[in-house]
Design a binder for this molecule. Structure first.
Ligand SMILES: O=C(O)CCC(=O)C(=O)O
Ligand SMILES: [Fe+2]
Length: 316
């Protein structure tokens, strides 16, 4: 009595046969996408082009990947922050991640495979390439729908032409310290948007505007689409980057995958998203510059790193 029922995140169906631009199902799905992102900054996408069998295969490869010797893992480097190997560190003692940048390019998958398994590896490239192509298809659909629903469709192609996708393989070891309650502390992603794929061990949680946490269960062909700081800037705060975390999952090792879309150009808030009740909040936004800024002490101490970086100063 009097207690609120637990909030539930929308699940949006992208497995509809005739989901083509302009069709009635496209328009109604676009509305759901915009509503979910405005209300929650995220939603669960049901997308059966990525089947449970394909996801099983991907996680089979993921487990093999974390078995490769550390000498090979550290060859996964990048000139950009957060785009290469991240080993367990004092801030995140349970976490390990490897990443393929520009994962839609088969040459990049191949280069990564050669670094990790110089003697070859059955099926790795084939599985990753088909998975990445399908998942990026979902991301494109979501963003195209969103831009259209804000009547900024003509911006979509130019923004998308500066986007690239990084696939990060993640492993979380079991919690040894009795006081550790989270495997990944609450944060927003600094890129444009992210799709998270969970497998046997769930644990991902997202925060609502009211501050409640919602658990995202792992289920076949269901993936979490989340707005990052870049989408918050582009949308002039109509959409807020999603706060999320990974809770402690007891004595089980957890594997997950994140497909991170980075915008490598300069994002501008579209005119269509600025009016008297929505004054312009952001200057043109160099996303790569922001991610470099994010590594500095100034950013770490800022209440809102994104506003410190490119806010127009209307907010006090
Ligand atoms: O492992 C997960 O489910 C989420 C990972 C995450 O939030 C991140 O890498 O930014
Ligand atoms: Fe994240």
């Amino acid at each position: 009595m009097g207690s609120r029922s637990p909030p539930k995140l929308p699940t949006i169906n992208f497995s509809i046969e005739d989901l083509k631009p302009g069709s009635s199902s496209w328009l109604s799905t676009s509305k759901q996408v915009r509503y979910a992102l405005e209300e929650y900054g995220c939603f669960v996408a049901f997308y059966d082009k990525v089947s449970a069998q394909l996801v099983d295969k991907i996680f089979g490869q993921t487990k093999d990947l974390f078995e490769v010797p550390i000498e090979n893992k550290i060859k996964n480097t990048s000139e950009e922050p957060y785009r290469g190997y991240i080993g367990p560190n004092p801030l995140m003692s349970l976490y390990e991640g490897l990443a393929i940048d520009n994962v839609t390019s088969p040459q990049e998958t191949h280069k990564f495979r050669q670094l990790m398994w110089p003697d070859g590896k059955n099926n790795f490239c084939e599985i990753i390439d088909s998975f990445a192509e399908l998942l990026v298809g979902l991301e494109h659909t979501v963003e195209q729908m969103l831009f259209e629903s804000f009547e900024a469709a003509k911006q979509y192609e130019s923004v998308a032409s500066y986007n690239s996708q990084l696939l990060r393989f993640l492993k979380y070891n079991t919690v040894k310290e009795t006081d550790a309650t989270l495997r990944f502390a609450s944060h927003t992603d600094k890129n444009f948007a992210t799709i998270v794929v969970q497998h046997d061990v769930g644990g991902l949680e997202v925060q609502t505007k009211e501050g409640d946490w919602i658990s995202i269960e792992s289920a076949p062909s269901q993936f979490l689409f989340m707005a990052g700081d870049g989408l918050q800037v582009w949308s002039n705060d109509r959409i807020k980057a999603c706060h999320h975390r990974v809770k402690d999952c007891g004595d089980k090792i957890r594997y997950s995958l994140g497909m991170f879309t980075f915008n490598n150009g300069v994002l501008q808030v579209p005119q269509e998203l600025v009016d008297d009740s929505h004054p312009l909040l952001y200057n043109p936004f160099d996303s790569r510059g922001f991610i470099r800024f994010y590594t500095t002490a100034e950013a770490k101490n800022a209440k809102s790193p994104i506003k410190a970086y490119c806010g127009v100063g209307l907010e006090i």
